[in-house]
Design a protein around this ligand. Structure first.
Ligand SMILES: Cc1cc2nc3c(=O)[nH]c(=O)nc-3n(C[C@H](O)[C@H](O)[C@H](O)COP(=O)(O)O)c2cc1C
Length: 435
């Protein structure tokens, strides 16, 4: 029996000029206006997707590295996805919309009220991708940047406080019949006195009829998995797409949930995949083989992207010399450096390290290039042999990218009973829990 799965789309470069450098921008795709995203969101809904997640980072980095982030628009500018959400809700009826939010940017009361408002406006279709980037704290007048784990502690206190505010209307407090609207004696004053926040309630927003917004999280560290175990209903996961790796990642999340007093079935885990769909297996083999020898322009493109991610100008270095690791200041993530260097010998020329980043993989290992039928086989196998909950397709969001990825894939997934053909009631949570 084929297992049904949930599909999501991850707008990986956020609400920004994400088509920059691609010819499709010439279709008059105006990234600052809602029409482009509304058109694509309608198509995702027509295809049976459960949710659209919009990446975000509120900061463009530090003054000395800003140009690296924005000169090719890899790391900014980005507009606020929370404010794009209402336009996407207005264009759709069933699709869950999940803007990324950083707790550093919102006081708990403001956040609880804004999210509650959107949850009501959307018919209970709001999700929140909670991330804890620590570098942007300085923009918000908050305490100097916290360490990695402390930022998660603060995020948990923030979320607990928000949930207390959402629950500050006790059952029966909202009457809305006869001559009485509400019973103030049933409102909880919520006096929060924590390590990071102090505030009072109750919340000036009415309770939900179909539950609170869905909490989504992407962190992969031990502390990040702990956060997911305690709080999340959807975890965004990165792992090689083979049944063994999927089973191992699922076991980690399930253990984290149980440790925090929840059930494994409380969290859906969606694995990110960035497929390149082609017409034949021969074409896929050819593309994968060619990617091992990228031309100068492709190497430069990777160097620009890495310069943004690593906040270090790799394009100014001699590509034919080994990479001197002392170019990276303390501000650079060790994980990102390790991903660039990989298992290469220290004498390896930079060009080769960059070329390795362009290398495509065939079926699940180090990427996915294949036909729609092959991708459907892979997704089906992950569901049937690793009990996978679903996948998150990763890319820009225009009609062009949506059609390139979905035109053939969606009909195949539907024929096989993997992808939903209709939605239920109950908003985003209702759809996530419908199978
Ligand atoms: C699918 C996916 C989506 C992510 N989206 C964001 C995002 O929108 N904004 C962000 O700052 N970090 C994002 N991240 C990064 C994580 O939130 C986090 O910063 C990173 O995984 C480090 O946290 P960790 O140390 O717990 O792994 C994403 C990661 C993954 C795998």
């Amino acid at each position: 029996m084929t297992k049904q799965q949930h599909l999501g789309w991850f707008l990986a470069r956020g609400f920004g000029p994400h088509g920059w450098g691609h010819p499709y921008l010439d279709w008059n795709y105006r990234w600052t206006e809602p029409a482009l995203y509304q058109q694509a969101a309608r198509e995702l809904e027509q295809a049976g997707f459960d949710l659209l997640i919009i990446e975000d980072a509120p900061s463009m980095g530090t003054a000395s590295t800003i140009d690296l982030r924005i000169r090719q628009a890899f790391g900014g500018p980005k507009h606020d996805p929370l404010l794009l959400a209402p336009y996407l809700f207005a264009a759709t009826q069933h699709l869950g919309i999940v803007p990324t939010v950083n707790p550093a940017a919102y006081l708990p009361y403001t956040a609880a009220r804004q999210f509650a408002t959107l949850q009501h406006l959307s018919g209970h279709r709001l999700g929140l991708n909670v991330v804890t980037d620590t570098g942007s704290a300085r923009h918000f007048g908050s305490a100097p940047s916290l360490g990695h784990d402390a930022a998660y502690d603060r995020a948990e206190e923030w979320l607990d406080g928000i949930r207390d505010l959402w629950r500050s209307w006790k059952p029966g407090a909202l009457i809305a019949s006869g001559d009485r609207y509400a019973d103030g004696s049933l409102l909880d004053a919520v006096q929060h006195r924590g390590e990071y926040f102090e505030f009072d309630g109750p919340l000036n927003a009415i309770p939900f009829t179909d539950g609170e917004p869905v909490i989504v999280s992407p962190g992969g560290s031990g502390r990040g998995l702990g956060f997911a175990g305690a709080n999340s209903e959807v975890q965004l996961a990165l792992a090689p797409l083979d049944p063994e790796s999927i089973r191992a990642y699922r076991a980690k999340i399930h253990a984290a949930a149980v440790e925090r007093g929840r059930a494994p079935s409380d969290i859906k885990i969606l694995f990110a995949i960035q497929p390149v769909i082609v017409n034949s297996a021969e074409e896929a083999d050819r593309l994968v083989a060619a990617s091992a020898n990228p031309d100068d322009a492709a190497v430069l493109y990777i160097a620009e992207r890495q310069s943004s991610d690593l906040e270090t100008d790799l394009t100014a270095l001699d590509f034919d010399k080994p990479l001197d690791l002392s170019v990276f200041g303390d501000h650079v993530s060790q994980g990102s450096i390790a991903r660039l260097v990989g298992k290469h010998d220290p004498a390896t020329p930079l060009r080769q390290l960059l070329a390795a980043q362009a290398k495509l993989g065939r079926l699940g290992q180090g990427g996915f290039v294949g036909t729609a039928e092959e991708l459907a086989d892979l997704i089906e196998n992950l569901g049937d042999s690793a009990d996978n909950d679903g996948v998150l397709l990763w890319g820009d969001l225009h009609p062009v990218t949506v059609h390139r990825m979905l035109d053939e894939l969606v009909p195949i997934l539907r024929r096989r009973g993997i992808l939903r053909t209709e939605y239920g009631d109950g908003g985003l949570r209702g759809n996530l829990n419908s199978f």
